[in-house]
Write a protein that binds this ligand. Sequence first.
Ligand code: DLL
Length: 457
Amino acid sequence: METIDITRKGAALEAAAQGRFDSLPIYDRSVECAPREAIEALQLRKLQEQVAYTYRHVPYYRRLMDESGVSPDDVRTLADVRKLPFTDKAVLRDTFPFGLFAVPMEEVIELHSSSGTTGKPIVVGYTRDDMDVWSDCIARLVQMAGVVPGDRAQMAFGYGMFTGGFGLHYGLQKLGCAMIPAGSGNTERHIQMIEDYGTTVLIATPSYAMHICEVGERMGFDWEASTLRVGLFGGEPCPPGLKAEIERRMHIVCTDNYGLTEVMGPGVSGECLAERYQQHIAEDHFLWEVVDPETGEPVEPGGYGELVLTPLDKQAIPVLRYRTHDLTRVHTEPCACGRTTARMEKVRSRCDDMLIIRGTNVFPSQIEDVLTGIDEVTPLYHVVVETVDGMDALTVEAELRPEHFSDSLADMEAIRRKIAEKLRGTLLVGVGVRLVEPGGIERTMGKAKHVDDRRAK
Ligand code: DLL
């Protein structure tokens, strides 16, 4: 059978829909398609080496392990990882800047830091070997989306301390793509560059990609006729409705990729074209666990809980059992794409983004799901939480689509009421709804901030 040329716009998705995964590239079959026993054997060997390395080079972990009477030799099976201490962001803050580094600074060739939206930033470092692993992980996940050597990849993540920009940049170059390092911002110029340079791949947060899409439409740019073929997203949750809308309006195939600064940055897991809502974990570099966020105990296989990651070969700043606070489930059956690496479900919520509204737990992702089921509004939204007369009051600001925006108060009130009823049905608590005009929800060039909790802490 002839292979399908996936560099033709739309062909990768067609190939996936026909089950023609033979036409979609796999970066490193020796790992990505290895039998699970081989993956686990590799993980165990690396875990043992990594724990011994960490114990030798990081006084903080040595002290913690000594105090709990655990030695590196106690790691005999993968399940023995549970004998090791958890790591939380607080430790990285307390030891800021270099307290957990395992190598002298002369061996560090790059530093990055987390966005710092939730407090003091943390800083991480990379040795040359760390950088090689990182670019390999990225090259692997961009191929899952159908990116190939020779693609022209335009960066719309910010460069700088954020891991997204440089991380994707190096990995795409490693694969053999031509990088167009535009960076975030200046949206009209992005569109001009896509046209001038024949860009085939766009890298952005999903919120910024949506904005680029809209600005292009306003400029009269023909997305269907454009060379752009693939969107590589990540850095924030990408609700399925938002991804589907961007794919439809920009005529591209998009994948959502996950990672976090503390364990590397992007590259931890990436979405293939078979399971559109799950991401293959780079299991040769990361050992995953899913735990109950309250107790830290493992959930049943395939159960929902907090993802905990242990990087298996990080040299500059090894971390053991990092509590991501991201909620997901992990599946280990083989995937239709041919890969055998475990898949984590898209992260839609973090354990720390749950709101308690008059005693009821509310996740912003539940609000997203309701809004994406309502034709009259866009997937963009904003939530304000306040204390009114001593009670929690949550207001959802939802953005009308231009075709549903009118000056008929009765029509607007009917839409508002419909949204409020659906939200009440899902959230099981009454919330306010405010409709905003098209374009009324602030567009962002990085990670979107959906919730403004104004209650006194
Ligand atoms: O956002 C790393 C990254 C950059 C990943 C670009 C993918 C692409 P941090 O700034 O440290 O690192 O933020 C990490 O962002 O714990 C998640 O809560 C969230 N996050 C990142 N990617 C996704 C995703 C980068 N695809 C935190 N889906 C993580 C859902 C994501 N949440």
